[in-house]
Write a protein that binds this ligand. Structure first.
Ligand SMILES: NC(=O)c1ccc[n+]([C@@H]2O[C@H](COP(=O)([O-])OP(=O)(O)OC[C@H]3O[C@@H](n4cnc5c(N)ncnc54)[C@H](OP(=O)(O)O)[C@@H]3O)[C@@H](O)[C@H]2O)c1
Length: 286
């Protein structure tokens, strides 16, 4: 299969390239392919003629989006429209990545695909506009919403915890009133590989099973890496950020269940796999 990846040097894109290496891949990113440049995107699509486009490119700095809404909308909304329209014109399939931030986080349950989005941050608004554009411009599409990603190349919460955890200092305060599904790029790339074989139209949620607060995620990381710095739970109010964060970011992978697709791993198992893979890679590289 011919597969074009946008944002291929990002955290998910890097893992995807490893998972999809048996296909004919065109890995694109800035600066060679800016998804906000319609002529360039069309040109690349018309020359390569992919069967499938995996669209991961995005402005992902949540606080950066809040500070610069035009860039957020240009990349996440307009850029997604441009990629979707170009894919639609050559009848390619499109798998586009989206986020838990499309929800406001006020529900008591884990959000499923039939819940109504109501984003509160610029990032969430821009990603939801990107979803709408994908639906409008590329008939053969799957939108995969995921959350709390970490992967080998970072940056991610896990990378931040490893850095701070190995520094001496006072107890590290970590937010304990926001809940979500820590998800490895490896588990997500495996899901995307399964979706290539078993296409599902529309929106699906794809985050690891089980749930944790950021504090609980940090505790698991510190335990796995034997980091000794003290961790202290704190509230969102004690750790204010420019962009609002959903208190409840939990995603229910309901459509995966309904479609009979193999479930995502539990986040603790995915974390253990990630750590053993990193150790193996370190041993291999001496
Ligand atoms: N990370 C998470 O926790 C998370 C959670 C939920 C959903 N998602 C979604 O999952 C997808 C992958 O996330 P990720 O963490 O892998 O993101 P990432 O590491 O930030 O990668 C995104 C890539 O897109 C590139 N990019 C930015 N603007 C571009 C443009 N105009 N044209 C082409 N490429 C551009 C970035 O380049 P630069 O680095 O040079 O800007 C980067 O290489 C995104 O759609 C994101 O919204 C992520």
């Amino acid at each position: 299969m011919k597969i074009l990846i946008t944002g291929a040097r990002g955290m998910l894109g890097t893992t995807l390239q490893q998972h999809l290496h048996q296909h004919e891949l065109l890995a694109t990113d800035l600066p060679e392919l800016d998804i906000t440049d319609p002529a360039k995107v069309d040109g690349v699509m018309q020359r390569f003629v992919p069967d499938l486009v995996v669209h991961t490119a995005a402005a992902t700095n949540v606080d950066g989006c809040e500070a610069d809404p035009d860039t957020a909308m240009r990349v996440n909304a307009l850029g997604s429209a441009i990629v979707a329209a170009a894919a639609g014109r050559i009848n390619a399939r499109l798998i586009a990545l989206s986020t838990d931030y499309v929800f406001d986080g006020s529900a008591a349950h884990a959000y499923h695909e039939f819940d109504t989005p109501a984003p509160r941050s610029v990032y969430g608004i821009s990603k939801l506009a990107g979803e709408t554009a994908v639906r409008a411009h590329c008939p053969d599409h799957t939108i995969v919403r995921t959350a709390w990603l970490y992967g080998a190349s970072g940056p991610s919460f896990l990378h931040t915890m490893l850095k701070l955890g190995s520094q001496a200092g006072p107890a590290l305060k970590v937010v304990h009133d926001q809940c979500g599904n820590p998800t490895s790029t490896d588990a997500l790339a495996s899901l995307i590989t399964r979706l290539i074989l078993h296409p599902i139209p529309g929106v699906i949620h794809g985050s690891c099973e089980g749930e944790a607060t950021w504090y609980e995620f940090a505790v698991a990381i510190f335990k796995a890496y034997n980091l000794k710095r003290e961790l202290k739970p704190c509230s969102t109010l004690e750790f204010p950020r420019p962009a609002p964060r959903p208190a409840n970011s939990r995603l229910d992978n309901r459509v995966l269940r309904l479609a009979g697709i193999a479930p995502m791993p539990h986040w603790l198992d995915a974390l253990a796999s990630y750590i053993s893979e990193c150790k193996l890679n370190e041993e291999r590289s001496g």
